[in-house]
Each structure stands twice: as C-alpha cells, then as structure tokens.
Design a protein around this ligand. Structure first.
Ligand code: MN
Length: 145
C-alpha cells in the first residue's frame, strides 16, 4: 500500500469517508513518510483535506482521480520526479488552474528556476516555517470567511 489511504484512516479513524462540503483538499506528493505525517497533521489541523502519495506516478494518478485544490510537490521523488510529474499534469488543460507548489530541498536557484519552468506555480524551500507554508498556500486557497 503506497497511496496513503490506510494512513489517513489510521490517523483519523472516526473521519467520515466523505470530504467536508466546501473543504479544500491538498495533495501532498512526498516520499518521506515523516514529512507526509507532519504535513497531514498540520494541514488537517488547519482545516484542509489531505491526500498523500509517495512518488510522482502515484501522485499523478491520485491527482487525476481526486482533483485536489492544490498540490504540494516534492521535487526529489522516486519513479517520476516532481519536475516531470508537474510537466505532465500541467500538459493536461484540466490542471492548468490547479496550483502546484514545489518543495525544494535547498534554496537552490537552479532548482527553483527548473520548478517554475516545469510548470510549478510557486516554490518553497526546506526548511520552511509553518507560517511561510500557510502564507503560500493561502495565496492560492484563501481561507473561508
Ligand atoms: Mn524527496
């Protein structure tokens, strides 16, 4: 089991299978399990729905199946890296308006430029603060009034 369906239910066993109406859902494509768990906790606490995938290919499949409102895309990923996954998703007109935020391992200018060239809408560099992360997310997904 690599797509985090079981993972979600383990952490939140009483959660309804149906997403909360109007809840914005963020797909986290990240191969590091600790990072996924961390992001799942903080995104849920902040009121977002969470979807998780462990590599670029699964991330693409989940994006196509679930149509998340925003994608947080690690760039260094197995199977299909974040650059290529972004390029493939953004080649699909249905994802033209879906924000993809790249997560770069270091504040490396070449990685940031390559992320934007691949079609990412923005990037954030590890290590980032929660404040930086949520400020960026809220640029694309304004909090409900
Ligand atoms: Mn990675």
């Amino acid at each position: 089991m690599s797509i985090d369906t079981d993972f979600n239910e383990t952490l939140n066993p009483t959660a309804s299978q149906q997403p909360t109406p109007g809840q914005q859902r963020i797909l986290v494509i990240e191969d590091n399990a600790d990072m996924r768990e961390f992001l799942q906790r903080i995104l849920k606490r902040r009121g977002y729905g969470y979807l998780g995938a462990v590599d670029g290919a699964e991330g693409m499949a989940l994006a196509l199946a679930e149509r998340p409102d925003l994608i947080l895309m690690d760039l260094a990923l197995p199977v299909l890296d974040g650059y290529e996954a972004t390029r493939l998703l953004k080649a699909n007109p249905e994802f033209a308006a879906t924000p993809i935020v790249a997560v770069t391992a270091h504040a490396r200018i070449v990685d940031q430029e390559r992320a934007i060239e691949s079609g990412c809408d923005a990037y954030i560099s590890k290590p980032y603060s929660l404040r930086q992360l949520f400020e960026l997310i809220e640029q694309f997904l304004p909090p409900a009034a």
